[in-house]
Structure formats: structure tokens, C-alpha cells
Design a protein around this ligand. Structure first.
Ligand code: SAM
Length: 289
């Protein structure tokens, strides 16, 4: 532990909201300006390791399971038979690990723009990288927007957008043109799922726009699933699922009940509960006639 870091705190300030989130850190393990973002890794007093990009908390050892499980399992159990999966972003490899728990998945390609994120995860979050050498895993370091644009049409079962907030290199991942390219890359029964920020802060803004943009791109149904995430702004986060054809609120519940792999959070009751929509979200996401 470095003396300079002892007893100090990492604080992420959410200026627009007048709030902040802090963790007591016991050491700074790494910092570097990568080609794309400022990357920091800390050891914390009670949340294990902490990864930060451009001052924003990405994940901690203690609570990343909430996000990674909800970004993967609801969508995988909604699709009838997912075999080919792409993860846009997700460089910490936690979502990849969850996807590869599904024995039916034949290939999962992860496309993160910044290989330093994966390098840092391999150093300090090795448990998230334990499936990186699975023969079904393909790790690419490229812009996810370009990768989806160039993807062979009608080839993907599931696209998971596990990105940073809609600024910098991730801005174009929250846009109607990108969703059109995703739709083109998906098979007709394919599913898109994207991390969609805080229900409390963003239902009327980012999430509402996401629904509108996905529909404009040609997705038939969209649904936002909230879940807890203590280290993100407001402690409450969400993912939004969309499908060009079918329903995203019906899922393979019998397969969830009989799942053959361990999870920390996700199960049948959690999936059902996550589909329930709070009243204020219904209001914000209601479609205009
Ligand atoms: N759970 C996190 C959150 O919601 O804050 C996201 C974690 S994951 C580390 C986010 C990743 O998205 C980063 O590694 C970043 O490099 C990647 N990313 C951002 N823009 C991208 C783009 N255009 N193409 C591919 N990856 C991108």
C-alpha cells in the first residue's frame, strides 16, 4: 500500500445531479492514459478492486456480478436458441464469462476499442477473464460501430452493447444509425441488449431516446429492465432489450429454472421481477399515439 493512498477516497462526482459516490481506497494499483481514455485501478477497503475510466466507475470486484449477469442472462434466455453472440465494449470480460456459461452458445465475439481495459482486467480482475481462453471466445480490439457495420447481414443471434456512458468513443453506440446496423447484422429472431444507464436519472432522457431510436431503426419491441448496481450513479441501473420480430418480455422460464450453471444474482424470480415496470418509467416510456 502506498502511503500517499492510505486512508484516501476515490470519489466520482455527478455534477449535474449534485451527488457523488465514494469508496475508501487502500492503494492505487495503476494509472495510464490509453489511446482512448484515462484508466485507473485501485484497491478498496471493502469493495475489492476498482476500475475507473475517465473518472467514471466501471466496476468493482464486489458488485460487478449484478451488471454482468443482467447484461447477459435475461437476453440469452429470451432468445429461443442463441448460438452466435457479439459483445460491443465489455473489455473487462465479465459479460463474456457469463455468456459462455450457456452451453448452446457456439461463438462469442467481444469487440472493445481499448485493449488496455482487457489487459488491466487480466491483471486485477482475473476471475472475470477465466473464459477468455474458451475456444468459443474471440477477443477483438476495434471500434464496435465499424465492426457491426461490416458484420455479415443476418448472422448474429444476440448483440450485447456493454459500453461506457454515451460520451467519447461510446457516443455513436447510442444512435439510430448504429441500431440500424445492429438490426442488419441480426437474424430475424435476434435480440439486441444495451446498458441503458439509471432509471431514476435517465428514463425521460437517455432511455426514452433509446426506445425511440431502436423503434425508428426497425426494432419491434423494446423493454427496459432495472437492476441494482451500488457503484453506479443512484445505485440503480438498467439494460434495454429489443427485438425486430418477437416479444422481449416472454422468456424460456423453464430453462432458467433448470439452468445448469451458477449465478450470484440472476434466477427465475429475478428475471420476472426485472420485467416489472415502475409507474414513473411507464409514464416516461409510453408511446405517443
Ligand atoms: N459496466 C460498465 C459501465 O456501464 O460503466 C461498462 C464496462 S466496459 C469496461 C465499457 C467498455 O466500452 C470500455 O472498455 C470501452 O473501451 C468500451 N467502448 C467504448 N466505446 C466503444 C466503441 N465505440 N467500440 C467498442 N468498445 C467501446
Amino acid at each position: 500500500m502506498s502511503d500517499s493512498a492510505k486512508g484516501t477516497w476515490f470519489t466520482e462526482i455527478f455534477g449535474d445531479e449534485g451527488t457523488a459516490f465514494g469508496l475508501e481506497i487502500t492503494a492505487k494499483l495503476h494509472e495510464e492514459q490509453t489511446q482512448y481514455q484515462f484508466l485507473e485501478v485501485y484497491d478498496t477497503k471493502t469493495f475489492g478492486k476498482l476500475m475507473v475510466l475517465d473518472g467514471c466507475v466501471m466496476l468493482t470486484s464486489r458488485d460487478n456480478f449484478l451488471y454482468h449477469e443482467m447484461m447477459s442472462h435475461p437476453a440469452l434466455f429470451t432468445h429461443p436458441n442463441p448460438k452466435k453472440v457479439a459483445i460491443i465494449g465489455g473489455g473487462d470480460c465479465g459479460t463474456l464469462r457469463e455468456v459462455l456459461k450457456h452451453p448452446g452458445v457456439e461463438k462469442c465475439t467481444q469487440i472493445d476499442i481499448d485493449e488496455k481495459v482487457t489487459w488491466a482486467s487480466q491483471q486485477w480482475f482475473p476471475e472475470l477473464c477465466e473464459s477468455n481462453n474458451d475456444p468459443r471466445a474471440e477477443l477483438l480490439f476495434d471500434d464496435g460501430i465499424a465492426w457491426v457495420k461490416n458484420c455479415a447481414p443476418g448472422t448474429m443471434d444476440l448483440i450485447i452493447i456493454d459500453s461506457t456512458d454515451p460520451v467519447g468513443p461510446a457516443e455513436g453506440l447510442f444512435a439510430v444509425d448504429f441500431y440500424r446496423d445492429c438490426l442488419q447484422a441480426l437474424k430475424p429472431e435476434g435480440i439486441l441488449v444495451q446498458q441503458s444507464e439509471s432509471p431514476l436519472l435517465h428514463s425521460h432522457s437517455i432511455i426514452r431516446k433509446m426506445h425511440d431510436d431502436m423503434r425508428e431503426a426497425g426494432f419491434h419491441q423494446c423493454h427496459t429492465l432495472p437492476f441494482p448496481q451500488p457503484v453506479y450513479p443512484t445505485g440503480w441501473w438498467s439494460c434495454t432489450m429489443a427485438s425486430p420480430l418477437g416479444s422481449v418480455t416472454h422468456f424460456r422460464s423453464e430453462d432458467v429454472a433448470a439452468k445448469t450453471f451458477a449465478t450470484e444474482y440472476y434466477n427465475l424470480e429475478i428475471h420476472k421481477a426485472a420485467l416489472a415496470m415502475p409507474e414513473f418509467m411507464k409514464r416516461h416510456l409510453a408511446r405517443q399515439a
